[in-house]
Design a binder for this molecule. Structure first.
Ligand code: BJW
Length: 238
């Protein structure tokens, strides 16, 4: 029976909700240059381009068709029914985990629903799309809000809390992430080092050098409900 679980999620968990991943075929990085839309330098060069990228994704998230799927719901159920600690660390900036009912949640790469004042660092729930008139209320003169997201070269959020949970967990699950972006890609090593069991759920088969002890191949929405049943029942996972 596990006592402390850390779940890392990536774009793959939201794919079945109709949100594009980054590196799959037809993913976001096939249509946009990373250095243009996901770096502080890109934003400095052309804020309008970056704002359009995030405004479009925010508008997509508001569509009725985009809803939490069975995998988000299974993780919310795990948190509700698990007799121990369960923390979801998501790399995703969508809000599908919270809409599914997860509360113990860290958005390590930020949140699409928020803007941030570049001067004070204060975050604001967005009331309107990003643009020159969407400004903070904390500075004089008011500053243009930037997306509250973590771009390449920037420090992901709440790292201390994440490493603390990783060092104490006995089960580490990684769901729908390609494991190419650090520091998230290194979390499995930390969990392994502290003797946790590590399980990966991904559409793609395990790669030869996988650091995970167990790999489940398939769609997160199909595999997670059963996996959560097994964790809650204290049944062996493999
Ligand atoms: C399914 C599925 C289904 C599909 N069911 N599965 C060399 C070594 C180490 C580090 C570096 C290095 N060189 C540079 C770095 C640093 C850099 C980095 O990692 N670069 C790599 C590319 C090499 N990292 C950074 O700069 C980070 N900051 C940093 O390191 O600060 C210093 C620091 C050091 C140590 C400790 C602490 C701090 C910042 C990274 C910021 C990433 N930002 C982005 C954009 C954010 C906002 C936005 O959304 O626009 O975050 S990039 C993008 O990639 C986004 C994602 O969160 C992230 C990860 O992508 P993810 O989620 O894995 O998606 P995909 O598309 O790659 O994969 C989807 C997977 O799902 C696939 O595997 C599918 O098979 C699967 N799938 N459908 C199950 N239905």
């Amino acid at each position: 029976m596990y006592r402390r679980i850390v779940v890392l999620t990536g774009a793959g968990i939201s794919a079945e909700s109709g949100i594009q991943t980054f590196r799959d075929q037809d993913g976001l990085w096939e249509q946009h240059h990373i250095e243009d839309v996901a770096t502080p330098e890109g934003y400095e060069r052309n804020p309008e381009l970056v704002e359009t990228f995030y405004n479009d994704r925010r508008a997509q998230l508001a569509l009725d068709t985009v809803q939490p799927n069975a995998a988000h719901l299974a993780l919310a159920r795990l948190e509700r029914e698990f007799n121990g600690d369960c923390l979801v660390v998501t790399q995703n900036i969508d809000n599908l985990h919270e809409r599914a009912g997860s509360h113990q949640l860290i958005h390590m790469h930020g949140e699409l629903a928020k803007g941030r004042c570049p001067g004070s660092g204060q975050t604001f729930m967005l009331q309107a799309p990003f643009g020159p008139d969407n400004v903070c209320t904390c500075c004089l003169p008011a500053e243009r809000l930037r997306p509250h997201v973590v771009w390449f070269g920037e420090m992901p959020l709440e790292m201390e809390r994440i490493y603390d949970a990783l060092e104490r967990c006995d089960l580490f699950l990684a769901i729908g992430t390609s494991g190419t972006v650090y520091p998230a890609a290194g979390f499995v090593e930390v969990a392994n080092h502290y003797s946790a069991h590590s399980v990966e759920v991904n559409l793609a088969p395990a790669s030869g050098q996988s650091q995970f002890q167990y790999h489940m191949t398939g769609r997160a929405g199909e595999l997670l409900p059963k996996l959560v049943d097994n964790i809650l029942a204290g049944a062996p996972l493999w």
